[in-house]
Design a protein around this ligand. Structure first.
Ligand SMILES: [Fe+2]
Length: 246
C-alpha cells in the first residue's frame, strides 16, 4: 500500500488510540527537531535493544581522539520538520532491526546521534521509523518496516533496515524516504523524512531524477551513505532537536 495514496482505504489518517505512546508524545513538554548531518558509517548488524547499542564509528573516533572525517556532527541547527503522511501507525514494536522475515531489499545500517541545539547528546530519546519496502509498498496491516527505539546513554541510535523504493501517490512520485519521529523525554515531537543521495544505487532506480522531481524533498535531511563491498549501505544521520517547547 502506497503512502499518501488517494485510493488507499487508509488514505485518510490512521486511527490513533487515546493514551497511546503517540498521544503521550503529543503532549510532552520538550521539543525536538533535527538537522541532517553526520557521516561516518556504521557497520555490524543490530538486534540488541537500544539500550545496548554499540558505539557508532563517530563515537569510537571521538573516544580514541581520532579525527572524525566527513562528519559535521552538530552545528546547532535544528533538523527541519516535514509532513507526516497518512500511514503512521502507533504502537509499533520496540526494535532496532526492521529486517524481519520476508523483508528483502538493499540493506541499510543507519546510525546517528540525537543532539540538543547546544550539541549535547540526548540519551533516552524516542525515535520512530516507518517506511515502504523495496516495491514501494507500506505495511498497513502489520508492522513490517516499522519500529521505535530509544537512544542510548550517549544519545546514539542504530537501525538495521533496507533502502525504501519510490512510489506514486497523492503527492506524485515520492523520492525514496524514511519517515521519522523524534522526541526527547516529555518533549514535543519532531516529524521529518530522511532522504538518499543522488548517487544511491538500488532497485535500478534513478535517485537523482527522483530527488529532483520530488516537490517535498528537503536536501538538509539527506542521509550520508557509504556503500559496502556487499552492495548494502551504511548511513549516518544526526538529529538536532529542541528540548523545551517553544
Ligand atoms: Fe512516505
Amino acid at each position: 500500500m502506497r503512502d499518501d495514496h488517494p485510493e488507499s482505504p487508509q488514505g485518510a489518517a490512521v486511527p490513533r488510540r487515546p493514551g497511546s505512546r503517540r498521544s503521550f508524545l503529543r503532549t510532552g513538554s520538550f521539543t525536538v527537531t533535527a538537522a541532517a548531518l553526520g557521516t561516518a558509517g556504521a557497520s555490524a548488524a543490530l538486534t540488541a535493544p537500544a539500550s545496548a547499542v554499540p558505539m557508532t564509528a563517530v563515537e569510537s573516533a571521538r573516544l580514541a581522539g581520532r579525527p572524525i572525517a566527513l562528519t559535521p556532527a552538530c552545528d546547532g541547527h535544528e533538523t527541519p520538520a516535514a509532513m507526516e503522511g497518512p500511514l503512521f501507525k502507533p504502537e509499533s514494536p520496540e526494535r532496532t532491526d526492521l529486517v524481519t522475515p520476508g523483508v528483502t531489499g538493499v540493506g541499510l545500517e543507519l546510525t546517528g546521534t540525537v543532539y540538543d541545539t547546544t550539541c549535547r547528546p540526548l540519551p533516552g530519546t524516542l525515535i520512530e521509523f516507518w517506511q515502504c519496502d523495496q516495491n514501494g509498498d507500506y505495511d498497513t496491516i502489520g508492522f513490517s518496516l516499522r519500529g521505535h527505539q530509544y537512544t542510548n546513554g550517549r544519545g546514539a541510535f542504530r537501525l538495521r533496515t533496507i533502502v525504501p523504493r519510490d512510489y506514486t501517490g497523492r503527492w506524485g512520485t515520492r523520492a525514496p524516504h524514511i519517515h521519522t519521529q523524534v522526541q526527547t523525554p516529555g518533549g514535543p515531537v519532531l516529524i521529518t523524512q530522511l532522504y538518499f543521495p543522488d548517487d544511491t544505487r538500488a532497485y535500478g532506480r534513478d535517485f537523482a531524477r527522483l530527488n529532483a522531481s520530488d516537490g517535498l524533498i528537503n536536501r538538509a535531511c539527506t542521509i550520508a551513505l557509504t556503500r559496502t563491498t556487499e552492495g548494502s549501505y551504511n548511513g549516518a544521520f544526526d538529529f538536532v532537536v529542541k528540548t523545551t517547547a517553544p
